[in-house]
Design a protein around this ligand. Structure first.
Ligand SMILES: NC(=O)c1ccc[n+]([C@@H]2O[C@H](COP(=O)([O-])OP(=O)(O)OC[C@H]3O[C@@H](n4cnc5c(N)ncnc54)[C@H](O)[C@@H]3O)[C@@H](O)[C@H]2O)c1
Length: 231
């Protein structure tokens, strides 16, 4: 039987994706592990309840869309973007650029997705988490004392997908209804909600505000009506 909560987890065969799957699956979520590592993905799905593996390359829309079609035929899908960097790393510039891009992408789609479809989008930004991302030698580059437990990443993602009021380590609470579009930094045992860049001056606030979909609600309503008409 399919449960009402469905998770699609990219990179789900290893590391943080797998840790999130191991947290959600025993709690009744139906879990789809999406990964291009077939051997690890099949083994992971077999080790978890309510789970199945799909071999995909996330850089290929064609590869992803077949899985989306199957999963969206179930009842509820909650999607989180995971794993980005708040800080540039001189160690790997292209990696840093791509991670920063995901945060801007998340901030750009969060309001329209929530307004038109009730979808909450987040970017989780973990500190240093010992996974299969690098080999043992490469991990020695990072200070041992400051690793983030993988279980803390999984519990933070669980908090985000479950929804409701959420409080960070600074004591800032985001309430139900406003709890979307968050960049969530996870470092050691702490979780921090990170704001976007401040405007340099009032003129920039007005210019960027002109492109905000919050100021183009009529366009969003039109889109919503088209979607509903198409159902
Ligand atoms: N480990 C860290 O310290 C850290 C910190 C911040 C961000 N991140 C990011 O978190 C994400 C998860 O990393 P992890 O540390 O859990 O690593 P990991 O290597 O344990 O897991 C990554 C998984 O993604 C899969 N994968 C890679 N490319 C893919 C593709 N094109 N299509 C489908 N699957 C693909 C791999 O097969 C692997 O199973 C990565 O984007 C990583 O850059 C990691």
């Amino acid at each position: 039987m399919t449960s009402s909560k469905v998770a699609l987890i990219t990179g789900g065969a290893s590391g943080m994706g797998l840790a999130v799957a191991q947290t959600l699956a025993p709690k009744g979520w139906t879990v789809h592990l999406l990964d291009f590592n077939k051997a690890a993905g099949v083994a992971a799905a077999q080790s978890l309840p309510n789970s199945q593996f799909h071999q995909v390359d996330v850089t290929s829309w064609k590869s992803l869309s077949g899985v989306f079609a199957k999963a969206f035929s179930y009842q509820t899908v909650r999607v989180t973007y995971k794993s980005n960097y708040q800080y540039p790393s001189q160690y790997c510039p292209i990696y840093s650029a791509s991670k920063a891009g995901v945060i801007h992408f998340m901030r750009s789609i969060a309001f329209p997705y929530h307004h038109t479809s009730g979808i909450r989008v987040y970017a989780t930004c973990p500190g240093t988490v010992r996974t299969n991302l690098m080999n043992a030698d490469e991990w020695t580059t990072f200070p041992e004392a400051y690793f983030t437990p993988i279980s803390r990443v999984a519990s933070a993602v669980e908090m985000l997908v479950e929804g409701g009021d959420m409080t960070d380590a600074w004591g800032r609470t985001v309430h139900e209804g406003e709890n979307y579009g968050l960049a969530v930094e996870i470092n050691a045992d702490n979780v921090y909600f990170r704001d976007g860049t401040e405007f340099c001056d009032e003129a920039m606030r007005v210019v960027i505000g002109a492109t905000s979909m919050e100021n183009h609600l009529a366009r969003l309503e039109e889109h919503k009506a088209q979607q509903n008409g198409g159902l």
